[in-house]
Design a protein around this ligand. Structure first.
Ligand code: FES
Length: 131
C-alpha cells in the first residue's frame, strides 16, 4: 500500500536529516516503461530521474501545476513542501507529485510519461560545405 507524508522543507525531519538515511538510495520503478533508477532520500523523484537520464513530465517543479502527477503504485514518499497541489481525495487515491516527493523506500510509479534524455550520442556535423 502506498503511503505519503507531508514534510515542510524547514521543519526538522528525522528521515531527511538523519545521517543514516540522508545518503540512502532507493529504487524507483516506472511501471509504464519498465525502467528503474536510484533516488536518494534527499532528492526529489524528479531530480533523481533527471540525474539518471530519464525525463518525466514536469513544468513548475514546485508542486503547484500538477504536470508531473502520477500514481504511486507502491512505496512511501514524503513531500518537501507543506501542501503539495493535490486534494485530500487524490492523496488518498495514491496520486503524487514527483517534483516535490522524496522516496522513503523503494517505490513504483504508474502512469508516468518517462522518456530517455539521450537515446544516442549526437552525430558530428559534416566537414565543410557540400558541393
Ligand atoms: S512539475 Fe508542477 S507540480 Fe510537479
Amino acid at each position: 500500500m502506498a503511503r505519503m507524508a507531508a514534510m515542510p522543507a524547514s521543519a526538522p525531519d528525522s528521515l531527511a536529516s538523519s545521517p543514516a538515511t540522508a545518503g540512502a538510495a532507493y529504487t524507483v520503478t516506472l511501471e509504464t516503461s519498465g525502467w528503474t533508477y536510484a533516488a536518494r532520500a534527499d532528492e526529489t523523484l524528479l531530480q533523481a530521474a533527471l540525474r539518471a537520464g530519464i525525463r518525466l513530465a514536469s513544468s513548475c517543479r514546485n508542486g503547484t501545476c500538477r504536470a508531473c502527477m502520477c500514481h504511486l503504485a507502491s512505496g512511501d514518499v514524503a513531500y518537501v513542501v507543506e501542501r503539495p497541489g493535490l486534494s485530500r481525495d487524490e492523496i488518498e487515491e495514491g496520486w503524487i507529485l514527483p517534483c516535490v516527493a522524496q522516496a522513503r523506500g523503494d517505490v513504483t510509479l504508474a502512469g508516468d510519461s518517462a522518456q530517455r534524455l539521450a537515446e544516442e550520442a549526437p552525430r558530428p556535423l559534416p566537414h565543410g560545405p557540400r558541393r
